[in-house]
Write a protein that binds this ligand. Sequence first.
Ligand SMILES: Nc1ncnc2c1ncn2[C@@H]1O[C@H](COP(=O)(O)OP(=O)(O)OP(=O)(O)O)[C@@H](O)[C@H]1O
Ligand SMILES: [Mg+2]
Length: 598
Amino acid sequence: MSAAPGSALSTAKPERVVRRAVRMGSHLKGQATVAVTLTAIATISKLLIPLAIRAGVDDGIEKADTTVIARVSLLGLGLLVIQYIAQRVAYFAVARLGEEYLANFRGQIFSSLMKLDMPFYGRSKAGVLVARMTSDIESMTEFVNEGAVMALSNALTAFGVAVFLVAVDWRLALPILGVIGILIVISAVFQRWVSRSYAQVRERIGGVLALLQEGITGVRVVQAFTQESGQARAFRRINERYFEANMGAARAISKYFPMVSFLRSLAVGIVLALGGRRVIDGTLSFGTLVAFLLYLNWFFMPIINLANVYNLGQSAVAALHKLFAVVDTPVEVAEAPDARDIMTPVEGRLELASVSFGYEPGDLILEDLDLVIPPGQRLAVVGETGAGKSTVAKLLMRFYDPVKGEVRLDGQDLKRLTHASRASAVALIPQDDFLFNATLRENIRFGRPSADDAAIWAVCETMGIDGWLRSLPEGLNTEVRERGSRFSSGERQLVALARAFLVDPDVIVLDEATSNLDPQTELAVEQALRRLLSGRTSVVIAHRLRSAERADRVIMIDAGAIIADGTHDELLRTSARYAELVAVWERGLSSGSPAVEQ
Ligand SMILES: Nc1ncnc2c1ncn2[C@@H]1O[C@H](COP(=O)(O)OP(=O)(O)OP(=O)(O)O)[C@@H](O)[C@H]1O
Ligand SMILES: [Mg+2]
């Protein structure tokens, strides 16, 4: 599992984490006050009922006075009704409060995730991030929904019962308080025990989710290499560890609850034995004994619940640590505070000025790279697999910042430009472009959600792919399905091109997919590309001969350095390496890694 991002924060004091979590719900203060007040009213009316019953027994039943019984019954009924109404409203108020808080919290975490940069995603496992959103938020949900509601009424009940017991008869209360003391100690020990198990459970669910997600997204590869049972074995191992963590918690619970039952019966026994004798002695009224037994009933559950709430609270704090760590992850590739919009009209002049870059510190992929791409030029970048071509594309899009040097657009350092203006000027079509599980329409207009169908069709016609679109029975309404699984890779590229075209960028950076296309689709892609690129500065990471031939200029990258620069014809003459690459292409082989069809 990857280290928690921003792990410095995980040492933050729990109080600070809690305070911060409370602040996030400060807009719900009014609702919280209502909920607390109603819960207090419900609890107090409940606690008064045994006193009414005592009066009924002592002054009504014992003295055979039916008016007292009637009055007490009415009083009891009144208290019950108050309790019922207050509790009903309180439950709803608290549930709503909790849900609103959590919905807001989930939204904030997701927004933070969407803003985090590529260096972060390079470090993190998607499954672990999903675990943040599911199991960590789940443990907060549990606390907010079960814990917060219970905590208040339980604390009030336990405290109220203790006060009532001592006030009603302190001598009978003492042994009970002794038993409760034992219960508290046992509960504390148990909670520490069980919370350790739960921490393990939560940590291991991350591993389970990570493997699950990878298994599903990579299922084609798994099946292509018939590794189903191998994957299943790997899953079984991790699943077993998860099972064991859960069993640890179950073992603790199975020891605790029978013990609680035992203590509870013991307390009832003590009250009956001691109280019964005193009733016979005449030093205790029968009604008081009844009230005591009723109170006893309410003493144990709140304490068990409070111990549980404490446990839930600890899990929630642990989850908050991790969630805040995500929120607080510094965005390295951030917009500068003094960032400005790019000057329009954008000319489209790109520049790498002695750029050095590496994904890992101390491991440079590009070193002192200099490159100037004049406006309107169509540049092809070629090179062996792993040479650093896609890395250049990512730097031009500012997915990463160079370690040294500057990447410039129209002479301005990308770091000084606002994200929005840069993104509207430069479009990147990545090597493995992503289609969302939505309709074609949604996918094409992803970068310009306001575009109407007419605009989409216009773009598709210009690109010459309207025929293909019309041939689909559902046209723009065609569901793309998970990652575009229903389309061929060529068709996916067409969609990606249309998506970029619709944004109408000034500069296009196209990282060609390495997979080979059938000649017909290749022709369609080629035509779409020609129209998309005409009149714009473009950088095409070329994996096909035709892309290199069509370019105004070709550069060849090897081990992060430019080893040849000129037109296709020039390079054919001057660079043996380039001639070699072209020969490979002509034999119909892809230069890229054997791309696995996603
Ligand atoms: N996110 C990453 N984290 C760490 N290393 C990376 C990352 N992406 C790429 N690399 C490494 O950087 C080097 C250059 O990769 P790059 O993707 O730029 O190659 P490429 O020229 O585009 O290759 P291809 O033709 O196969 O697409 C490779 O050695 C690769 O292993
Ligand atoms: Mg690449």
